[in-house]
Design a protein around this ligand. Structure first.
Ligand code: SF4
Length: 529
């Protein structure tokens, strides 16, 4: 089936143009005059048409940059001693914190799942897990000395609502025992609407959560059968209504496109049903089919997956649908209502990214609790053990269950700032960065500026002496823009080029060795479109 077409640019019909060209023959960035859906900042009809034309060429594998360096660069050489030092450094500079709590249990398997989860119906297992979670919190908090304020907390999974009322109270009591959770902060929890009723919603409100995030994925019956996640719109609506009644400040929903049996028309119907519930935030993730990495995905019938062109139609149609309904495109896969804190923060140029995606509170150190959770403390990233046995074993020995991590240096932090500015606020103030970091931007990032010039030619960025601006088209491919500043990808590319050269010594000098660019990032990352 065909996609709902994005609104055509008034100055040119889709049949006569795919990429608007400037007088210089370069794809031009949106002037902001192309119609109601395009404000010059948001990807409206103009940028969507250009995106459709560029997507095939740009659809490469790339990181999502919830951290920089990305989590695949973390290593086992970083251990508990390094984390303890990070906590000591954090203790020396008291500032509000962010907390992440991972609950890995789920009752049913969703076939598309790529999360670290444990499928079980045995609630005895969660009781034991909570016991260790509380222990881990006490160990970490003891290293911080004085009680610290918490401006943001998030329970993710798995399914956090797998815990029963007593277990939830126990975890929340432990958090309050060690930290001051500020009532004005953001305290969120991921909810499976199939498992939550009015009583549990009331409990979440009583425990101090003020934001809920609901997994939806797709309301189409055939898609739900194909992914083994049957969830009616009515039960989802009941949770949203309860959240509104109970005064939760924000309701967010997750959708996934690219799932088996999906078509643009079917997904458009799901989006309509979602819009009827008017969530404050929406995430529309691209399904990455990697059955060699994620075992549950082997149960997905590959023949039922939408073809690349259909998947692109779904994405373009969804962006057009959501922006036409008044949602602000925050970036990558995130949308928000104009008065939501994310949209306001972006307008004010203070949006950031953390492990939960876009955030208004990402500048704070984050402590992660539970299996596989990731923290960011005093310039270090730290990730916990991935299995329950390793996690319990470390805590039984009175040690923090660190599996791996990464200590950033000044160069990492500089590049993180550049990537963050481009991904979150769509603009990099070069002069301000030079003053802060004491660098000459053009010299320091000469190779990056060369590569960026190509993306400027494609209309993804505008490069000026004092700033780099991501265009509305570039915001749809912002991971590709960010990858330019990833020095680890660049080093990978250099090594791959050297290896290719060594493997082909007799190659014709006129042909040369193909140079692998950072654009050709490895398969461990998902596609950027
Ligand atoms: S998608 Fe979510 S609910 Fe489904 S199995 Fe994975 S973690 Fe559990």
């Amino acid at each position: 089936m065909s996609a709902p077409a994005p609104a055509p640019h008034p100055a040119s019909s889709p049949s006569t143009r795919s990429i608007a060209l400037s007088a210089a023959g370069q794809p031009r960035a949106c002037s902001g005059n192309c119609g109601a859906a395009c404000t010059g900042k948001q990807p409206g009809g103009h940028a969507l048409a250009d995106f459709r034309a560029l997507a095939g060429r740009m659809d490469i594998n790339g990181p999502r940059y919830t951290s920089y360096p990305t989590a695949d660069r973390f290593h086992g050489g970083f251990g508990e001693a390094d984390y303890l030092q990070a906590l000591a450094d954090c203790a020396a500079q008291p500032a509000p914190l962010s907390l992440y709590v991972h609950i890995p249990f789920c009752e049913n398997i969703c076939y598309y799942c790529g999360c670290n989860k444990i499928i079980t119906r045995d609630h005895g297992r969660s009781g034991r897990y909570v016991h260790y979670l509380v222990r881990e919190m006490a160990l970490a908090a003891a290293r911080l000395g004085a009680r610290r304020e918490v401006v943001q907390s998030h329970w993710g999974g798995g399914t956090p609502t797998f815990l029963d009322a007593a277990e939830m109270r126990r975890v929340m009591d432990a958090m309050h025992a060690h930290f001051d959770l500020l009532p004005e902060g953001e305290h969120s929890i991921e909810i499976d609407p199939r498992r939550v009723g009015d009583a549990q919603m009331a409990l979440l409100a009583e425990l101090g959560f003020n934001r809920v995030s609901l997994g939806v994925q797709d309301f189409d019956a055939e898609v739900q059968q194909a992914i083994h996640r049957v969830q009616s719109q009515a039960e989802t609506r009941a949770v949203v209504d309860a959240a509104r009644r109970l005064g939760f400040r924000s309701v967010s929903m997750d959708l996934i496109y690219g799932l088996p049996q999906q078509t643009a028309a079917r997904f458009a119907a799901t989006v309509e049903q979602v819009l009827a519930m008017r969530p404050d935030r929406l995430s529309v993730y691209s399904y990455a089919h990697l059955p060699h990495v994620f075992k549950p995905q082997r149960r997905i019938d590959e023949r039922a997956l939408p073809a690349a062109a259909e998947k692109l139609d779904i994405l373009v149609g969804t962006i057009a649908q959501l922006t036409a309904a008044g949602y602000v495109y925050i970036g990558m896969d995130h949308f928000a209502l104009p008065d939501d804190a994310l949209a306001v923060a972006q307008r004010e140029g203070r949006l950031q990214r953390n492990f939960q995606g876009y955030s208004t509170h990402a500048g704070h150190d984050q402590l992660g609790f539970g299996v596989s959770s990731i923290g960011a403390v005093a310039g270090r990233y730290v990730q916990n053990a991935r299995t329950l046995d390793e996690y319990y074993g470390a805590l039984d020995h009175g040690t923090l269950p660190v599996m791996r991590g990464f200590a950033t240096d000044a160069e990492d932090r500089l590049r993180r700032e550049v990537i963050g500015a481009l991904m979150c606020n769509g603009v990099l103030d070069i002069a301000a960065l030079e003053a802060r970091a004491g660098i000459d931007f053009a010299t320091h990032f000469a190779a990056e500026l060369d590569e960026l010039a190509t993306l400027a030619g494609d209309g993804l960025v505008r490069i000026e002496p004092a700033r780099i601006e991501v265009t509305p088209l570039g915001r749809l491919l912002v991971r590709r823009v960010a990858m330019v500043f990833d020095s680890y990808l660049r080093a990978d590319a250099g090594r791959a080029a050297q290896a290719a050269q060594a493997a082909a010594p007799a190659r014709d000098a006129d042909v040369g060795t193909p140079v692998k660019t950072p654009a050709e990032a490895p398969l461990r990352y998902s596609r950027v479109v």
